[in-house]
Design a protein around this ligand. Structure first.
Ligand code: TRP
Length: 372
């Protein structure tokens, strides 16, 4: 029997079968052929692409065709500000930043303080708005191009977003929303409307420019259902559908599912101290090591389930380094405490740089915001 798992925009749980998701969601596998085509433009492939951490897409071929004809695209992604930023959130943003650098294109970044207020019983609108501004510091710290990056918070950009969201909402009926998102009779009506808000930035720049501009959305695959719904509507409004690149989830420290900002002590935040990082990895990271050192030396560690190894596949850019860690761990030469230490050092080096930039971002962040 297949293991149970759930992937919706609000819940990711269990042992996720990514090939099944491609089938269920109706997306396409990101093939080597398509990656090679992308590589012609970028010169190299980011490790998140090389390792198929971004594994699925919609309309990427079309996007590259348009690009080849001289129709440059913009990037769109976003964040539901339910808490501080985690390492998991930074995965799609890392590829987004790389794409912005390679294609020198605009990024429209949506902060959905409305969504997190509606979907989380415990959070007030003041809190989700505050987190939106905190999370923006992480984006700025990652080095997005200040001239080409627009960050907007839904409640602060509503005058522009709302009329466009209405156009989407008029084509979206309740049965569809219920079938895709599983709403019940007691779901608040704000939830039912929300997808319309997330759809808007996929065509807003075209509305503003008065011409069609292709859009590429890098996201974690749990967000795909919003766009699956939106893709039936956007062409009716007279715009191109967005292309999408889907990534896998950084596993939770305890293994399985994804790392969540709102419900777990097992999460690594961008604001964690080196001691907190070390403590959490040592205490919570699920190990594929064996019960005794003798057994480990004999059988080797299981990289398929070892969370520190899985995390290194997301974070260690150097293929040769990753391979030698893999080989040493699998053969039993490297112990689970050692691979955990490699991850701790990697995370702390990343976070040291990130936290310095994050402090500097406080002075720069205003330049990135658009409001109306
Ligand atoms: N709903 C997303 C979240 O909860 C935030 C978001 C808004 C988003 N627009 C997006 C994510 C576009 C990816 C792409 O995190």
């Amino acid at each position: 029997m297949a293991a149970e798992f759930t992937v919706t925009p609000w819940k990711v749980e269990g042992d996720i079968d990514y090939s099944k998701l491609i089938k269920d969601f109706g997306t396409e596998l990101l093939t080597d052929e398509l990656l090679n085509r992308l590589k012609k433009h970028t010169g190299e492939l980011h490790h998140l692409l090389r390792r198929k951490i971004f594994f699925s897409h919609r309309d990427l071929k079309w996007l590259l065709d348009m690009h080849d004809k001289g129709d440059n695209f913009y990037l769109y992604t976003g964040r539901g500000p339910s808490g501080h930023t985690t390492i998991g959130h930074m995965i799609p943003w890392t590829l987004t930043k790389w794409l912005q650098d390679k294609f020198d294109c605009e990024l429209w970044f949506q902060m959905t303080d409305d969504e997190k207020f509606l979907f989380n019983d415990k959070l007030s609108l003041e809190e989700t708005n505050l987190f939106a501004h905190e999370n923006a510091l992480d984006l700025v710290a990652m080095g997005f191009n200040p001239k080409k990056t627009k960050i907007f918070v839904d409640t602060e950009y509503a005058k522009t977003l709302y009329p466009q969201a209405l156009r989407v909402a008029k084509h979206l009926n309740y049965s569809t929303a219920r079938a895709v998102f599983g709403f019940e009779g007691d779901s608040n009506v704000g939830k039912i409307f929300y997808t319309s808000m997330q759809a808007v930035p996929a065509f807003l720049p075209s509305v503003m420019a008065g011409r069609q501009i292709p859009c590429l959305i890098p996201l974690a695959i749990d967000q795909d259902p919003h766009f699956r719904v939106a893709r039936d509507i956007i062409p009716k409004l007279g715009y191109h559908n967005p292309a999408i690149l889907h990534c896998r989830f950084l596993p939770a420290l305890s293994g399985g599912g994804k790392m969540s900002a709102s419900n777990s002590v097992e999460t690594i935040y961008t604001t964690d101290t080196p001691e907190e990082v070390a403590r959490k990895i040592k205490k919570y990271a699920f190990s594929g090591g064996r019960d005794s050192i003798e057994e480990h030396r004999k059988k080797g560690g299981d990289t398929d389930v070892d969370v520190p190894y899985q995390w290194l596949t997301f974070l260690e850019e150097d293929d040769a380094k990753l391979k030698s860690i893999h080989d040493d761990y699998r053969s039993g030469k490297m112990l689970s405490g050692e691979i955990k230490q490699i991850l701790i050092d990697k995370l702390n080096a990343m976070l040291k740089k990130h936290q310095t930039e994050r402090e500097k971002a406080r002075k720069k962040v205003d330049k990135f915001f658009i409001r109306d």
